[in-house]
Design a protein around this ligand. Sequence first.
Ligand SMILES: Cc1ncc(COP(=O)(O)O)c(C=O)c1O
Length: 295
Amino acid sequence: MAYVDQSYVPLEDAKVSVLHWGFRRADTVYDVVSVADGAFFKLDAHLDRFERSMKIFHMSLSESRSEIRNIMHELVRRSGLRNATVTTDCVRGLPPDGAVAIPANAPCYLIAYVKPYYTIVPRNVVERGAHMMVSSIPRIPARSVDHRAKNFHRADMTQASFEALRAGADHPILLDEHGNVTEGPGFNVFAVTNGVVVTPDQGMLEGITRQAVTEICRKLGINCEIRPLPVREMRDADEIFITSTAGGVIGVTRLDGRIFTNDRPGDVTRRLSDAYWSMRKQGWDCEPVTYRHWN
Ligand SMILES: Cc1ncc(COP(=O)(O)O)c(C=O)c1O
């Protein structure tokens, strides 16, 4: 199901104009929230981030926060899906005829859709651990595009994905111009050394799953540091894992030439992944969807 032009339509009927700048100039911000066992996870955190992304990109919508929330619920309700992702896009349109062609004159509009839950790597890769490469392509500098806004400017990551494919890896990890780890296409990165978990503090999207992992670390008494993560430190770490709404906590077992933790996700990674899913099962920060009785 999708919501477009203020009505609900089947996903395949949701279209945008080829002229709109959301498409032509990648001038779109978005968010993706998961639904597990019929409940949204950290919906307020996702809505906060969606609003922050719009603000950074000088965008606004005619729908209020509570209307957006209702639309998201309605999409899941209509789809009947219990395990899903819901995407909200704020898309820049086109200036009206006669108006100066600058972004400020182009109104933005909301598109939202629901899809069955998916993971950024296939199930078998979650089990064996992802294989990564450190890309030679640096992440777009944060001074050019603020990565705290979840946005469509991903040409660096697309090029890096092809580089990873050529190298036989599942995904790339991108560095900043100083050689610190940033993120990869759709995920944040963590390294574990001597039981201490480290994740970068800047140059990447502030993932909601990343935030969840810092909360789990606190609960489990695991030391978690948010600071620059030099690539050398990641290469020498005991464990690496990635986090994403689309998959939760996923172990990394190979990085370039190196094999980690006997080629299977490490102990700290497993503990965090198990805690993430079991806490969600217990209703952690969840907002249930009210389904119609025939679903
Ligand atoms: C570039 C990027 N980094 C990190 C993430 C992880 O963020 P979250 O945990 O909120 O899904 C995403 C999510 O899709 C992403 O696109």
